[in-house]
Ligand binder design. Structure first.
Ligand code: GAP
Length: 452
């Protein structure tokens, strides 16, 4: 994938974009829907359908390309979701990773103590709709499981609440096998789990989600320089994904909101329909993690600089993107109900071609043209994710592709057999042009590279 900037033309901010519309589009077209839906769903868990998994995989591939492959100072890993239980004592999660919560004594529901304005009414009390809250107490957000067949011998373990800790425990080995010198980074994409008290806003706050994290190890004298470097890099990444400038902002954390491991932090925030909210955190974690794992494991995780003949514990600059939140933000940012006049409104997703689930759709004008159109589709499918649709009138078929964000449609008509040309339609401008079939692959390739 190219690192060039996406050039699709996203719509101006549209007040008509609501969470209900996005949730409904996602369910209707199979992007994202509740997990275990036939049993009534399970709060905080979501399944990605055929289009959703393409969107998510494209986002992860874009990130991996940018953060790992295009740099010679970052390497990747893929670690286990369950790791040694001591990891979480050392990282501080056993002690600190909690939210204050309260229970209602009457209806038995549980709420975050800092979000009581969302608690709604109590339906279990007589003569009052007010909840009868307990005092706040801390509730650890790590999801617990047991390892081993026998209950006696079983070991309590936790599903990782962030993907980065194995990067710290593997730091020494990975640095050595990759023959890297500080400054360098280790990246990973994977599942994380948090037993959120109140999952909400669709996939925004889930109990199972994915993170794309980079831990960048630097000399203590260079931590500010690298913090600035990664803040700029990460904002550019989101702009290159096709987000409008005015839908993103950076927000530094105040002293009292810093996580237990952070010396400084800045969020990349997106303007969701419900508020500005974080999609990525950039943290100066100092030497918190490596020092704690050294202390708890007894293994020295310091670094010996061969040139400076100096040994030190590296400082860590972290970038942590929520994959699901960014997918949700991409859908919201790309969605437009475009007024075409005379009551005609077109639903369109202006997704960058780099992340669009389907890159090109082949549409024969008539079912009689299925054979040559299928042949063309097979040629395109070897290179890109394609759709083929021969049902309904052509206008309706274009609209179906617009709604899922397909950047280009190729229409094979009766003339195509005579002049060996097809009609190429652009999703954003809706402009159509005739292109020779033999030029179609290079033309599309050139446009995709230009778009990022
Ligand atoms: N390792 C640092 C860390 O985990 P975080 O700010 O807690 O930092 C990083 O999480 C990102 O993970 C967030 O910016 C967000 O996008 C995503 N994230 C965190 N909790 C989430 C949840 N419950 N559901 C979906 N995404 C979540």
């Amino acid at each position: 994938m190219s690192q060039k900037k996406a050039t699709s033309t996203p719509a101006p901010p549209d007040a008509r974009v609501t969470m209900d519309k996005i949730v409904s589009l996602c369910a209707r077209r199979g992007f994202i829907f509740p997990s275990g839906d036939i049993y009534g769903g399970i709060n905080g868990f979501w399944d990605y359908g055929p289009l959703g998994v393409e969107l998510k995989n494209n986002l992860k591939a874009f990130w991996w390309q940018r953060v790992v492959r295009e740099r010679d100072d970052v390497v990747g890993i893929d670690s286990a979701i369950i790791t040694h239980p001591r990891t979480w004592d050392a990282s501080g999660h056993t002690e600190n990773f909690s939210d204050p919560m309260v229970d209602c004594r009457a209806c038995k529901r549980r709420f975050r103590a800092d979000q009581l304005e969302d608690a709604g009414r109590c339906d279990a009390r007589e003569g009052s709709s007010e909840h009868d809250f307990t005092e706040p107490r801390n509730f650890n957000l790590m999801l617990q499981t047991q390892i081993g067949a026998s209950a006696d011998a079983s070991l309590v373990a936790h599903l990782r609440p962030e993907t980065c800790q194995p990067i710290f425990t593997d730091f020494k080995r990975v640095r050595e096998v990759a023959r890297q010198k500080v400054p360098f980074g280790i990246a990973q994409i994977g599942k994380a789990f948090r037993n959120e008290i109140t999952p909400r806003n669709f996939t925004f706050r889930s109990r199972e989600f994915e993170q794309a994290e980079l831990e960048f190890f630097v000399h203590p004298s260079e931590r500010e320089k690298w913090f600035e470097h990664w803040k700029a890099e990460r904002m550019q990444f989101h702009l290159d994904l096709g987000f409008r400038k005015e839908s993103l902002r950076s927000r530094p954390h105040a002293e009292d909101e810093l996580a237990h491991y952070a010396n400084a932090a800045e969020d990349v925030e997106f303007l969701f329909p419900f508020d500005w909210q974080e999609i990525e955190g950039i943290h100066d974690r100092g030497d918190w993690d490596l020092s704690r794992h050294t202390e708890y494991s007894g293994k020295d995780l310091s670094y010996s600089d061969p040139e400076a003949r100096q040994s030190f514990t590296p400082m860590v600059i972290e970038t942590s993107m929520g994959v699901d939140r960014t997918c949700l933000a991409l859908l919201i940012g790309a969605y437009e109900e475009e007024d075409l006049g005379e009551g005609d409104v077109r639903s369109v997703l202006h997704l960058s071609p780099a992340v669009a689930p389907v890159k090109v759709a082949v549409l024969p004008l008539s079912k009689k043209l299925a054979e040559p159109a299928r042949e063309l589709e097979r040629t395109l499918r070897r290179r890109w994710s394609c759709a083929y649709d021969e049902s309904g009138n052509i206008g309706r078929r274009y609209r179906r592709q617009d709604e899922i964000g397909t950047p280009w449609c190729v229409t094979f008509d009766f003339d195509s057999q005579e002049d060996a040309k097809v009609t190429l339609r652009d999703r954003d401008s809706m402009q159509q042009e005739r292109v020779a079939i033999e030029d179609l692959v290079p033309v599309l390739r050139e446009r995709m590279e230009r778009a990022g």
